[in-house]
Write a protein that binds this ligand. Sequence first.
Ligand SMILES: [Fe+2]
Ligand SMILES: [Fe+2]
Length: 204
Amino acid sequence: MSDDLSHHTKNILGLQLPTDPRWVDLAGISLEAILTDHAYCEQKAATTCISLIQKYPDREKLVFELAPIVAEEWGHFRLVLNELKKRKLKLGSQRKDIYVNKLLAFQKKDGHPDDRFLDRLLTMALIEARSCERFKRLSEGLADTYLQQFYRRFMESEAGHYTLFIDLAETYMAKPVVRKRWEQWLAYESDVMNDMEIRGDRIH
Ligand SMILES: [Fe+2]
Ligand SMILES: [Fe+2]
């Protein structure tokens, strides 16, 4: 069996703190807000992939692997937008993303450029992993069978994304370096989750 971190994370999500089961009930009763927040998460995923391509144009694998992800995430945004329209709900404006802001605070701001590069990829891997876990919760816990299916599709897609970011990290950095930093990120993210209020109007 391969000892690659990407292989490892394919089997387990790696997240240390499962979502509080009460969250899905809250999300179910604030559907407009959850769809709006979700729409912006997809939009941010697309723009972050664009900015990674702009920052690292010489890293060919990254450019070629992320280019289709931009389109996929934008497709996700459009799916959520259509769902809002269908339900005669409004997109509304972007909310402050406390979860992502807390993760960004953990990124190394100085030091070697490779460290910043690694943190950028691992931040994305983590957001994808947590989103995947949340979509799984929604797909299992919402009462409406149509919405269960709707979220299942996102869950499957984001599962592929977080492994891709880990795989990219392992392409450009030594595996033990990636593993060590990923473990620090997982520990930090579990503290972040633990400190956050459970609210049904946010994906994270
Ligand atoms: Fe997505
Ligand atoms: Fe994604």
